[in-house]
Ligand binder design. Structure first.
Ligand code: SAM
Ligand code: SF4
Length: 451
């Protein structure tokens, strides 16, 4: 008998992801969990039986987007085809109490540690018609027994640790994602090996506080060294680290290993010691700048990027000037700048009134964006004339006749696709000819005689 492709019986699931790379990774976990329970993952919302939104809670505008999207989905409850709607991730976890009482379109609420229960929760909604909730945070769940369902490509994410124990006073992550826990080094290395066998060229190790990774006596330096040793892998990246966990051992591993990209995302958050202390960041302006100097000394040509918050409660104009000062002195390659957004449950929410006006926050962020633009342009221009290694990611979004790739330092490079010669996932030399604050433009040097 000829075997025909088995129809997936449980239904079609459409999944949308909001927020950070960790959420992208979690969505890949969710797809895998549902696929192994006989669901088909579809990219077409109109044919879905189940629609899931994997949400973010980091700032209020992240919540705003989801409320608007839930409004769009209201019509799904009127037709004959009853679509089940699920809210997953940080926003679901963060608003748990309020959501349970709401009469919105959502049938299922599942926090970041509850994804294995999704098939059972969908079944329960189908059987009973009642809403399902699971907000249990686990000290152990690391999903290392779930192999994520990824879209084939050049880069793949691996979450090596989950949760955060730092409790920076502005941040909701410790409340939405729970306590810090790390996967075993072996399980991460095995996953990287499998990814290489599937054709991925780069892995990015993820964690809310990735460099505080600890497992069975191994630390983040051991983990990076072991992953970089995986044969066939071209590049290893990591994000986001906390400035408190940068021992020399790790910087040495970075410096000595060509496959570990020369890029460190080093979130500054603020330049004033008083504000840093109120944020519970555990470093000072001086120690942050000293760390930058140490990283630059040990890892030459390293690209440094950062996150900054303006308008933290009680931040004065003079204290904001200290943030400007640090940015002037470090000259980051790029920066994400945010207006402080008060988050329910956080220490800052309980202790410090959000007293910097919206107008002041706007004025400060505009200033930082302009300042960073000038620094990014300056640093990108330093690349002009150099021949750099670029990992080709795919066609440029603006012009499919061009390639888009990234340098070691994670800078985007656009260059002409000269026909058959190059392909996605290839690591090649590109000569940088021009630069804007966001992008480098290059040209493939003349073919190597051995090419
Ligand atoms: N773990 C990383 C660290 O220690 O810096 C940051 C991860 S957090 C998901 C990403 C960034 O969002 C933070 O670095 C911070 O700049 C920003 N962020 C977090 N909470 C915020 C808040 N309440 N308001 C504005 N920005 C916030
Ligand atoms: Fe949030 Fe701080 Fe943890 Fe980063 S280290 S996720 S900012 S609490």
């Amino acid at each position: 008998m000829i075997e025909t492709k088995k129809e997936k019986q449980a239904g079609k699931v459409y999944l949308e992801t909001y927020g950070c790379q960790m959420n992208e990774y979690d969505s890949e976990l969710v797809k895998s969990i549902l696929a192994s329970s006989d669901y088909e993952v579809t990219t077409r919302e109109d044919e879905a039986d189940v629609i899931l939104l994997n949400t973010c809670a980091i700032r209020e505008n992240a919540h705003g987007k989801i409320y608007a999207r839930l409004g769009d989905l209201k019509h799904l409850k009127n037709g004959d085809h009853r679509v089940i709607v699920g809210l997953l991730g940080c926003m679901a976890q963060n608003l748990r109490g309020n959501l349970e009482r709401s009469d919105c379109v959502v049938d299922i609420y599942a926090g970041p540690d509850s994804y294995k229960r999704l098939p059972a929760m969908i079944d329960a909604v189908r059987r009973t018609g009642r809403k399902e909730f699971d907000f249990n945070l686990s000290e152990f769940e690391d999903y290392s027994d779930v192999y994520p369902k990824r879209v084939p490509g050049v880069n793949s994410w691996i979450a090596v640790m989950r949760g955060c124990d730092n409790f920076c006073t502005f941040c909701v992550v410790p409340y939405t994602r729970g306590r810090e826990r790390s996967r075993s080094l072996d399980s991460v290395v095995k996953e990287a090996e499998r990814l290489v066998a599937e054709g991925f060229k780069q892995v990015t190790l993820l964690g809310q506080n990735v460099n505080s990774y600890r497992s069975n006596g191994t630390d983040f330096a051991d983990l990076m060294a072991a992953v970089a040793n995986v044969e066939g892998l071209e590049r290893v990246r990591f994000t986001s680290p906390h400035p408190k966990d940068f021992p020399e051992k790790f910087l040495k591993v970075m410096a000595e290993n060509d496959k570990i990209c020369n890029h460190v995302h080093l979130p500054l958050q603020a330049g004033s010691d008083r504000v840093l202390d109120m944020m519970a960041r555990t470093y000072t302006k001086k120690s942050f700048v000293a760390l930058v100097e140490k990283i630059r000394k040990m890892v030459p040509d390293v690209a440094l990027t950062t996150d900054v918050i303006v308008g933290f409660p009680t931040e004065t104009d003079a204290e904001f000037e200290e943030t400007v000062e640090v940015m002037e002195s470090v000259q980051f390659d790029s920066a994400f700048t945010f207006k402080y957004s008060e988050r329910q449950n956080t220490i800052a929410y309980r202790k410090f009134p959000d007293d910097v006006s919206e107008a002041q926050k706007t004025e400060r962020i505009v200033r930082l964006v302009e300042l960073q633009k000038s620094h990014s342009l300056k640093r990108n221009r330093q690349q002009v004339g150099k021949v750099v290694k670029v990992l080709i990611e795919g066609p440029s979004r603006k012009n499919a006749a061009d390639w888009m790739g990234r340098t070691d330092g994670n800078k985007i490079v656009i260059f002409e696709n000269s026909g058959e010669r190059d392909k996605e996932g290839q690591l090649i030399n590109v000569e940088i000819k021009n630069a804007t604050a966001h992008t480098l433009f290059g040209k493939r040097p003349a073919p190597h005689p051995n090419y």
